[in-house]
Design a protein around this ligand. Structure first.
Ligand SMILES: Cc1ncc(COP(=O)(O)O)c(C=O)c1O
Length: 381
């Protein structure tokens, strides 16, 4: 049996680009590229804006306006957002959108149809139910969310206000591989855990939204891409802060926006564009996913991937050890190798490797090598 020492590196000894650094596979907040962290550090320099740091400039002034608009322009380019869509930058993460969507899109008390594919879809349903009727159009719950029901199996009714789907299920590691054709109602998608990391045709969605902390940078901010005609139909009488129309009319500066978060997201988007944009991000995502799934599939006696293969997520690889008693050792050995954030979501346990835009392919390779070593050692590290 190999010596224990093979895994014996203290976290502080793990070097990435010369810095002491752990490689985080956490589901969000997620890993940031070193280059972006460096730029963020430089950006805090008070010399940047005539004696003020970016944290101190006014949100109505020209410097912040430039940052804000550049972020929206980059999102439009990177996501290929059609001109008939508005891009909103909103506080409160994706969860705030669970609440705002039904308030803004429900007409005449109509039901909201939801495809139940995991924990976040359940949350979206729960929030929609707080403001009116909801229906489950399809559910993977009986299969413990290992599968995503295919669009042919969805019961979407034409009287629904809209249909809500989660394009990638962060907790169970599944993905909606195909979108429905000829939907009778607007399609609304939560793409928090794969936006820009995986291919998604924005133009197929009436609303596509994402919390930023996985693929786009900072936690606490959401990007909402919404068809403009839906803005016109937002019900009167909503408090402006909860109204997409009011936010759109104010250019997402209705109140003091989270200026630092928007700036940080801008740095992330700038880096993504420099690296080759969406296409390159998708290529890296596929490469990372292949590396890790292939490593798991090489050792079926040790690892059990949770998602049914056709439904596998490209960004959240969820798996279990055949011998769950070894999990604490797995996590400990991974940490010693500089790999952290691998515990599954607290509601389901097991293990999960989340790899979004900020995860280098090399990180996935290191994890795959670790999975091979752990399997070769029979978990006896
Ligand atoms: C698919 C999905 N939707 C929504 C959320 C909630 O995001 P937030 O914490 O930004 O509200 C998450 C968070 O993990 C998620 O993975």
């Amino acid at each position: 049996m190999p010596a224990r020492g093979r895994y014996d590196r203290t976290p502080g000894e793990v070097k990435v680009n010369g810095a002491n650094r752990m490689l985080s596979f956490g589901a969000g907040p997620a890993r940031w590229p070193e280059a972006v962290l460096r730029r963020a550090k430089e950006g805090l320099d008070p010399a940047r804006f005539g004696g003020l740091s970016v944290l101190e400039i006014g949100h109505r002034g020209p410097d912040y306006a430039r940052i804000h608009e550049e972020v929206r322009e980059r999102l439009r380019r990177l996501l290929a957002v059609p001109e008939d869509r508005e891009i909103l930058l909103l506080p409160g993460g994706a969860t705030m959108q669970f609440a705002m969507l039904p308030l803004n899109l429900r007409r005449d008390g109509r039901p909201v149809d939801v495809v139940l594919t995991g924990r976040w879809a359940e949350k979206a349903l729960e929030h929609a139910r707080a403001s009116g009727p909801v229906r489950v159009a399809a559910s993977g719950k009986e299969q413990s969310y290992r599968i995503v029901p295919p669009p042919e199996a969805w019961a979407v009714r034409a009287d629904a206000a809209y249909l809500h789907v989660t394009t990638n299920n962060t907790v169970f590691g599944t993905r909606l591989a195909r979108l429905p054709e000829d939907l009778p109602v607007p399609l609304v998608g939560d793409a928090s855990s794969e936006i820009l990391a995986a291919p998604l045709p924005v133009s197929r969605f009436a609303v596509l939204y994402a919390g930023a902390q996985k693929c786009l940078g900072p936690a606490g901010l959401a990007v909402v891409v919404i068809r403009r005609d839906l803005l016109e139909a937002v019900p009167e009488g909503l408090p402006p802060m909860l109204s997409y129309r009011a936010h759109a009319a104010a250019g997402s500066r209705l109140n003091t926006p989270p200026t630092a978060l928007v700036w940080l997201m801008g740095l992330m988007l700038e880096w993504i564009e420099e690296e080759g944009g969406a296409e390159e991000m998708h290529r890296r995502t596929r490469e990372r996913a292949a590396l890790v799934y292939e490593a798991l599939d090489r050792h079926p006696e040790v690892y059990e991937p949770v998602a049914a293969p056709p439904c596998r997520s490209l960004t959240n690889v969820v798996f279990r050890l055949r011998n769950p008693g070894l999990q604490p050792r797995f996590l400990e050995a991974a940490r010693a190798a500089g790999l952290v954030g691998l515990a599954g979501h607290r509601s389901v346990g097991g293990l999960r490797a989340s790899m979004y835009t900020g995860m280098p392919v090399e990180g996935a390779r290191r994890l795959a090598e670790f999975l091979d070593r752990f399997a070769a050692d029979g978990g006896a590290v």
